[in-house]
Design a protein around this ligand. Structure first.
Ligand code: SAM
Length: 315
């Protein structure tokens, strides 16, 4: 009978799923075992850690964290939870914005003695909107090996799930908290031909979207929230759609905000001529061509040639 057959099939697929899971577990454990059994070369290891889902840790990250002489982190209690989850007992020391200038010379001296140092942040890839830039720079300048272990990062996770172009993108970190400074920064980025990516605090999302609409107008955008976690969601739409969606409601969790590149608009000769007429009333042809080209985002030579033609037509 049909139901019995379905039950049989379910049991068979459960069994093959269990067998597959144990093979994967065996192979993964054997790889971590092999890596952990090899000596770790001296140097500074930048280790990416999960942004929510602990299963996103890499096998290589585990093997480096287990062998490091010291693991520097933003918050020792937070990182102890991560390490304990994988039974890693390495020494943890704090490295954060308040103690970095005292810790850095100590870490560089340890590297000089041949230590194996790991750096992690609370979540994701160290250095990206997190501490570690000066440490990695100074370690490299001093001739020490600086090895980055790829892994979770909110920027790339958000970008790839956003549906926005990923061939060219600009990660701009956190926008300023005050509206005036935020609008100025958005204006600076307005003509960049790339998908723009920002980190944003949930309590500022609504104000930030309002400023983005005001400065950039109708562009495609996405809000990626709680990536890799239980309440993960990616909302896609125009900036105006998203601004309306988040206008009133309180939003919680961690957020990445993405805005698609500016759409190239075809500028007609008539539009250039009209702008040139106005500009030529107060400027030389050379200056007027530069001003109009900048304003319309077209080649200066095209504007200049149209200006010459307008001059000939008047004679
Ligand atoms: N270094 C980290 C990385 O590589 O993603 C980012 C650290 S930055 C201090 C923290 C910000 O990253 C959050 O405020 C949020 O904007 C973003 N973020 C981190 N985890 C996230 C997640 N699971 N979902 C969405 N955004 C996240």
């Amino acid at each position: 009978m049909t139901p019995a057959k379905d039950d049989d099939q379910d049991q068979t697929s459960d069994m093959s799923g269990t067998r597959a899971a144990s093979s994967v577990a065996e192979r993964s454990a054997s790889m971590v075992g092999r890596l952990t059994g090899e000596p770790l070369a001296p140097g500074l290891y930048l280790v990416a850690t999960p942004i929510g889902n602990l299963a996103d840790i890499t096998l290589r990250a585990l093997s480096v964290l287990a062998r490091a002489d010291v693991v520097y982190c933003e918050d020792t209690r937070h990182s102890r939870t991560l390490l304990s989850h994988f039974a890693i007992k390495s020494r943890l020391e704090p490295y954060h914005e308040h103690n970095a200038s005292e810790q850095r010379p100590r870490i560089l001296a340890a590297l000089e003695r041949g230590s194996r140092i790991a750096l992690v942040s609370d979540a994701g890839t160290p250095i990206v909107s997190d501490p570690g830039f000066k440490l990695a720079r100074d370690a490299a300048t001093a001739g020490h090996a600086v090895i980055s272990l790829p892994g979770p990062s909110a920027v790339l996770t958000a970008l790839t799930s956003s549906g926005l172009p990923a061939d060219t993108f600009l990660f701009a970190g956190f926008l300023p908290a005050k509206s005036g400074a935020r609008q100025t920064r958005i204006r600076e980025l307005a003509s960049v031909p790339a998908t723009l990516i920002f980190y944003e605090a949930p309590q500022r999302l609504s104000d930030c979207l309002a400023d983005l609409v005001a400065v950039l107008g109708p562009r495609p955008a996405a809000v990626a929230r709680e990536l890799t976690k239980l309440h993960e969601e990616v909302l896609r739409g125009t900036l105006a759609d998203l601004a309306a969606r988040f206008e009133a409601g309180e939003v919680k969790g961690e957020i990445v905000l993405l805005v698609g590149p500016p759409v190239a608009v075809e500028v007609s000769d008539n539009e250039i001529r009209a702008r040139l007429e106005v500009a030529l009333a107060t400027m030389s042809l050379r200056d007027a061509a530069r001003a109009v080209a900048d304003a319309l985002g077209v080649a200066k030579s095209r504007v200049y040639d149209l200006g010459l033609a307008m001059g000939r037509e008047r004679r």
